[in-house]
Design a protein around this ligand. Structure first.
Ligand SMILES: [Zn+2]
Length: 63
């Protein structure tokens, strides 16, 4: 299963979807996305918890 984060679920008006093989990688990619695309200055514990709460598991290749 892949870890999948839909950016919209985090609260952004964005169709971005992050897919990774591990939770750690997904969190890192989501943080980079939020910084580069949405101008987030700092990834706080709250942001990390929010991202974790919306993280899904999907079979590889789905969507
Ligand atoms: Zn986004």
């Amino acid at each position: 299963m892949e870890k999948v984060i839909h950016c919209r679920d985090v609260g952004y008006d964005c169709d971005g979807v992050i897919r990774a093989k591990s939770e750690e990688e997904a969190l890192q990619m989501a943080a980079e996305h939020a910084k580069s695309i949405h101008g987030l200055e700092e990834v706080t514990r709250e942001v990390v918890e929010k991202i974790k709460s919306v993280m899904r598991e999907e079979p590889p290749g789905a969507g």
